[in-house]
Design a protein. Structure first.
Length: 292
């Protein structure tokens, strides 16, 4: 049914129908020998003949055939070509009659060498990338250690700066306390001096009062006049002297002028942060403190 002669002279020509695509091919007087050669099919036939001839050569060929992968669609065919379209190895029968007949194929060895070279290059690239990643990892570890060391130094420096602030505050506190204490001592000393004067005057006045009272107790005129001689003037002078005695100024006991306004300094300290400080704010705070 494949060869249908339409010429009464069969040796001079005819029509041949392809068993795969069923396309009718007109034969000339050379018959099938005039058809175009299919090198792929001839290669398959040669491989098949070699396999048939090698069956009688003994066990080594069978062992070699057993190691070679077989086509899952054609168990008797070994995988010897590569389908470029489907990106998978296959056999020659799949290319001629199977699912890869319309695909682009290439020799398996060629694709093997090409992809092996590509994979080798990819491995080299990956190894170089791993080296860069390892270098970055080492760099990150070094940077982490540097951060810890620098942070420790910064903490130590911060503690030292605050210790210095504490020392300055303590020193300033001592100065202000000393100033307040000096004025306290001066005022107390002044008050004690006045109290001593007042005590002495009070004692003299009390003695003068006793003398004057005893003079009043004299019944006789002569005795009284003798006893009160000069007492009237002395008594009046003593009374006038007590009225004009020196006294502390009003508010002498107050200490309100020692009130310390720390709000400007507190505002500056509240804004204290890492970085460049605002010198003007510090200077304003120092000026305000000096004015107090």
């Amino acid at each position: 049914d494949l060869y249908d002669s339409r010429n009464p002279y069969r040796f001079s020509g005819g029509v041949f129908r392809c068993p795969t695509c069923r396309f009718e091919v007109v034969l000339d007087r050379h018959g099938v020998h005039g058809l175009q050669r299919n090198l792929l099919v001839e290669n398959i036939i040669d491989i098949y003949k070699q396999q048939q001839e090698g069956k009688g050569e003994g066990e080594p060929l069978k062992a070699q055939e057993a190691k070679e992968p077989r086509c899952p669609e054609h168990e008797d065919e070994r995988i010897n070509i590569y389908c470029v379209s489907c990106q998978r190895p296959t056999c020659s029968m799949c290319k001629v009659f199977g699912q890869h007949k319309d695909c682009e194929v290439a020799p398996l060895a060629t694709v093997y060498q090409s992809q092996k070279a590509e994979l080798s290059n990819a491995i080299d690239t990956l190894v170089a990338s791993n080296s860069r990643l390892q270098a970055l990892l080492n760099q990150m570890e070094d940077a982490g250690r540097a951060v810890q060391e620098n942070a420790q130094r910064a903490k130590q420096g911060l503690a030292e700066r605050f210790d210095l602030l504490y020392a300055v505050l303590e020193e300033r506190k001592a100065v202000l306390l000393e100033k307040l204490g000096r004025e306290q001592d001066d005022k107390v000393a002044a008050l004690r001096a006045l109290a001593q004067r007042y005590g002495e005057r009070l004692q003299a006045s009390s003695e003068l009062t006793d003398t004057a009272v005893r003079a009043l107790e004299q019944n006789g005129a002569a005795e009284f006049l003798l006893a009160s001689k000069g007492l009237i003037g002395r008594t009046r002078d003593a009374a006038k002297a007590s009225l004009g005695e020196e006294r502390p100024e009003p508010g002498f006991e107050k200490m309100d002028h020692f009130t310390l306004n720390t709000e400007p300094v507190e505002a500056v300290l509240a804004k204290m942060d890492f970085g460049t400080r605002d010198d003007e704010e510090y200077e304003d705070a120092e000026d305000a403190e000096e004015e107090e």
